[in-house]
Structures are given as structure tokens and as C-alpha cells.
Write a protein that binds this ligand. Structure first.
Ligand code: PMP
Ligand code: GLN
Length: 385
């Protein structure tokens, strides 16, 4: 093998890339990777083109375009009554970069980080990449409840941080105020950083309520609370790669220092377009939520029709199905479905470190056109016979 850094071998290949590649190879319907098949709203496309024509084409400041930082501060104030200033916000290359930067800024080799499985894979990888050790607590199917007894057993003097995702990919769970308060108390008791990934903050269904962690205690009061969000899901624009993190000023300074040498800055016209998208946000977001609520209702009805067991998500655009009555593990089933039935889904084994629950669970992304969802569930029905 070519000479390489040892830490690279610690990294896993992403299941999202693998399944999407197979979907292309087998010309399959792709309900695997989390991206929208809907087109970006016409006004958003217009904002992007306008930004280019207005000559927003050179490097943005490494901290982020002031216009977008202002929009992030304003929506947090207006929707959640949380006050931040521009020293708290850093614009990143999607939430993915925010996750990477935060761990690079707080984790030394040997430090441990608590996370919840099933987990979004970049947490695991980003922790390992700076020499940290990911330590998982299991959110058990089907309720995906936090297990504080288990957390108490896992925490130790090496534990430096805990990363949490609300609404939760892949389960679709939206955590309650008491869950969040307990988590804050736990993090405070052990003096841990508490990182909350809230990229699905606007994808909430069935009158559930999302509570941003910083509305309960923000980074002014508790210097160790950090939150992350992104335009990827909210504006159906995963390819624009615009995200942000919100942290205490002194920590944010260090994170920005890392960011300067990782990507330095984020696409200038994309930042301008997203900042303008927040201007008429109220009317946009209602249409957005209604559209996804209909998709959720539809996929659930179709799954009911073929008698398939699943958990109805409270948020996100993912849904977990249970295949325990199949005599095959989820990875093998996913390969069979993509190769023989032209349907790509995500087998959930790779979202777990400790538990084997993932072997019977499979994730669907329903951010797809109605006809795609209908064809997908038809193929699933055939594949499970
Ligand atoms: N966090 C979670 C929980 C995700 O599902 C994703 C994937 N979209 C990300 C972060 C990354 O988001 P972005 O596209 O903004 O990098
Ligand atoms: N967040 C997306 C998902 O959960 C995937 C993003 C990626 O491919 N890294 O499917």
C-alpha cells in the first residue's frame, strides 16, 4: 500500500456514498442518501444569480458574509427569542464542516466524546480524525429514548464532550424540553461541551415542537453549549454547502482559526442568496413544511398498505423501517434491493458501534417526488415477498 497517515485507516467509507453509487450503477430509485429531489425554490435561484451579477464573486470574510450572519442572528431572535451577536456565529461549508471544526478545536488525542447511536456518520469520523474516542450510548428502537443510566456509566474523566442531534437523523425523533434540560444538567455536572446538531430544525411534523437547545440555556450563560445548523435541508439546497455554528465568543475565535486553514471561507454568492432567502422566510417555511408533511403522510400510507413495520418520524425527512421478519441482515437486504429491485435504501448497521439493532433496521429518505416514493414502495413490496 502507498505510504499513508495511520489516522486515515481509522475512517470508514460513507454508506451514503456507497448506496448512491450503487443506485446509479443499477439505475435504481434512490431513497438512500439524504438530499431532496425537489427543485430549489425559484426565488432562491434568482437570489443566487443576482448575487453573481451584483459581483459577489470574490472570497467572503473567513467568519462569513455579514449579511448571512445577520440573518442567522435575526431568525434565532424572532423564532426562538435567543440573542446572539456576530461574535457567536461562524458560517461553514455545510454543517459537515462545522462538526469537523468543532472537534478539531476541542478534542486532544485520547479525549472521549459521547454520542448517540444510531449516529450520523460524520460525528464518528470527525472525532476519530483528531485522535478522540467516540463512545456510544444507544437510543433503542422503537422509542429512541435517551438513557441517562447508561450515560452515567460511560462518562469518565477522559470525557470532554457530548454530541446530540435534534431532530434526530435517522430516527426522526424530536426530543422534549425535559430531555434537553436533563442533557444540559448532565453536561454541566461533568463539565462537558454540549454540541447540538439542529440541521433539521424546520422539518417538524404532526404538531410536534422543536426546541433549540440554546433557547433553554444559551452560549452566554453556558460557555460550553454549541449549536449547528445548515441551509441544506431548510432550503432543499444540499449542493450549496452553507451551514453555521453558534458558540461562545472565546470558543468561536478558536474554531474560526481552524476554519481559516480548512476551507478559509464559504461560497460568497451562496451566502448572499441564503441571507436573502431568510427575508421572506415565514411564507416560504410554511409551504416547505406542508409539502414534507404530505410526503410523510403518503409514505406512511403506502407502507401501511404493504403491511411494513416502521416508526412514524416526528421530524427530519427520514423514516426507519424494521425488517426483523426477513431472514437477512439489513446490509444484505439493501444490496439485494438495489441490485435486483432497483431500490436504494440505507442499511443501518453502519450507524452503530455497540448495538446490533442496525442489522434489522433500514432507513428511507422521503425527500423525493411523489411518483418516486410510489415507485419505491412498490419495489419494496416486490422485494420483500
Ligand atoms: N448533520 C446531520 C444530522 C445530517 O443529517 C447532515 C446531512 N445532511 C449534516 C449534518 C450535514 O449537513 P450539510 O449538508 O449542511 O453539510
Ligand atoms: N446527511 C445525509 C444523510 O443522512 C448524507 C450526507 C452525506 O452523504 N454525507 O443521508
Amino acid at each position: 500500500m502507498i505510504p499513508h497517515a495511520n489516522r486515515v485507516l481509522e475512517l470508514r467509507d460513507s454508506i451514503f456514498g456507497e448506496m448512491t453509487k450503487l443506485a446509479k450503477e443499477y439505475n435504481a430509485i434512490n431513497l438512500s442518501q439524504g438530499f431532496s429531489e425537489e427543485v430549489v425554490a425559484p426565488e432562491l435561484k434568482k437570489y443566487f444569480c443576482e448575487a453573481i451579477n451584483e459581483d459577489f464573486n470574490q472570497y467572503a470574510p473567513f467568519t462569513g458574509m455579514p449579511q448571512l450572519i445577520k440573518s442567522v442572528i435575526e431568525y434565532n431572535k424572532k423564532l426562538y427569542d435567543i440573542s446572539f451577536d456576530d461574535n457567536n456565529v461562524t458560517i461553514t461549508n455545510g454543517a459537515t464542516e462545522a462538526i469537523f471544526l468543532i472537534f478539531q478545536s476541542i478534542i486532544d488525542p485520547g479525549d472521549e466524546v459521547l454520542l448517540f447511536e444510531p449516529f450520523y456518520d460524520s460525528y464518528h469520523t470527525s472525532i476519530k480524525f483528531c485522535g478522540g474516542k467516540p463512545v456510544c450510548s444507544t437510543l433503542s428502537y422503537p422509542g429512541f429514548e435517551l438513557n441517562f443510566e447508561e450515560l452515567e456509566k460511560l462518562v469518565n474523566p477522559k470525557t470532554k464532550a457530548i454530541i446530540f442531534n435534534n431532530p434526530h437523523n435517522p430516527s426522526g425523533k424530536v426530543f422534549s424540553e425535559s430531555d434537553l434540560l436533563n442533557l444540559i444538567k448532565f453536561a454541566q455536572r461533568y463539565n462537558l461541551y454540549l454540541i447540538s446538531d439542529e440541521v433539521y430544525e424546520f422539518l417538524i411534523f404532526d404538531n410536534n415542537r422543536f426546541i433549540p437547545i440554546q433557547s433553554l440555556q444559551n452560549c452566554y450563560e453556558n460557555k460550553k453549549i454549541i449549536s449547528i445548523s445548515s441551509a441544506s435541508k431548510t432550503f432543499d439546497a444540499t449542493g450549496w454547502k452553507v451551514g453555521w455554528l453558534i458558540a461562545d465568543e472565546s470558543l468561536n475565535k478558536l474554531i474560526r482559526r481552524v476554519h481559516q486553514y480548512v476551507t478559509f471561507s464559504v461560497s460568497t454568492p451562496a451566502q448572499i442568496a441564503i441571507s436573502r432567502a431568510f427575508i421572506n422566510f415565514d411564507s416560504y417555511i410554511q409551504g416547505f413544511i406542508n409539502r414534507y408533511q404530505k410526503k410523510l403522510n403518503m409514505i406512511c400510507q403506502l407502507l401501511d398498505d404493504i403491511d411494513f413495520e416502521y416508526v412514524r418520524p416526528q421530524g427530519t425527512y427520514f423514516l426507519i423501517g424494521n425488517i426483523k421478519n426477513q431472514s437477512i441482515k439489513s446490509y444484505d437486504l439493501a444490496l439485494k434491493l438495489v441490485k435486483e429491485y432497483q431500490l436504494a435504501l440505507i442499511p443501518m448497521e453502519s450507524f452503530y458501534d455497540r448495538s446490533n439493532e442496525g442489522e434489522t433496521l433500514i432507513r428511507f429518505c422521503f425527500a423525493k417526488k411523489d411518483e418516486t416514493i410510489i415507485s419505491a414502495i412498490k419495489q419494496l413490496g416486490l422485494g420483500l415477498k
